[in-house]
Design a protein around this ligand. Structure first.
Ligand code: CU
Length: 275
């Protein structure tokens, strides 16, 4: 029996391995065909979420196998044929203490790392970059209050996608952040509840009208990372993706300078149009 269970586990592990082989075809920061588990962790928080998930899954598997083994023993050894004279035992103090105390230990063993993770998620480091993200129907408005930059981020329709741009995830203006920087994202909403979620960053927080919420991430790899609005917010809920481009500090400074001069240009044009 144990042998068979091990074979099933080995087969599942094989599936996982083939899933990660497929994963290598695409860059990190997005879901892959036939993917099992979470997206690859790009922030320390997501790495911690991954570890916690593996840890709890191991506990669940152990408990499930234990209960399965007990059931099989009962079926084989205590059926009518093999055990015609049932015992009249109704009490076993040691067993009763054990089935009360052992689950308490298991719960404590889950609770401690769970609280540690919860504190890490809400323990904001000093922000290197502050961003305000506002959910709107159906796009995101981003502001960099320290840099005086603001722009809308709208999904690029299929017909306008360029080579290599992922469908339903590409936006016209992506969030740009420097690699290794602590980014604090303040979230609000213009209309209904949206949700700013980037799986590979381990970030998922509701944008609630009339309420300011905050989350943070520190991306440790350069590249493009994607997420989507994760709250059923209306007709175009599925079409308000979140794209984050993580770049080097120099590239980030250049991007900030470019955005600033673009907004000054736009203001200049507006002023001259008024004259
Ligand atoms: Cu939404």
């Amino acid at each position: 029996m144990l042998h068979r269970a091990l074979m099933v586990l080995a087969a599942l592990a094989g599936l996982g391995a083939s899933g990660s082989a497929l994963a290598e075809e695409l860059p990190p920061g997005r879901a892959h065909p036939w993917q099992l588990g979470f997206q690859e962790a790009m922030t320390p928080i997501m790495a911690q979420i991954n570890d916690f998930h593996t840890y709890v899954t191991a506990i669940i598997i152990a408990i499930t196998l234990f209960v399965l083994a007990l059931m099989v023993i009962v079926m084989v050894r205590f059926n009518e044929k093999s055990n015609p004279e049932p015992s009249r035992t109704s009490h076993n103090t040691l067993l009763e203490v054990a089935w009360t105390v052992i689950p308490i230990f298991i719960l404590v063993a889950i609770a401690i790392p769970s609280f540690r993770l919860l504190f890490a998620q809400y323990d904001f480091p000093k922000a290197d970059v502050s961003i305000t993200a506002t959910g709107a129907q159906w796009y995101w408005i981003y502001e960099y209050p320290d840099e005086n930059i603001s722009f809308n981020s709208i999904m690029v329709p299929d017909a306008q996608l360029k080579e290599g741009q992922p469908r339903l995830l590409t936006v016209d203006n992506e969030v740009v952040v420097p690699v290794g920087a602590n980014v604090v994202v303040s979230l609000k909403s213009n209309d209904v509840i949206h949700d700013w979620a980037v799986p590979s960053f381990g970030v998922k927080l509701d944008a609630v009208p009339g309420r300011l919420q905050q989350t943070w991430f520190r991306a440790e790899k350069e590249g493009w990372f994607y997420g989507q609005c994760s709250e059923l917010c209306g007709r175009n809920h599925a079409f308000m993706p979140i794209a984050v481009r993580v770049v080097s500090q120099d590239e980030y400074d250049a991007w900030v300078a470019g955005k600033k001069s673009a907004s000054i240009d736009a203001k200049g044009k507006l002023a001259s149009a008024r004259d």
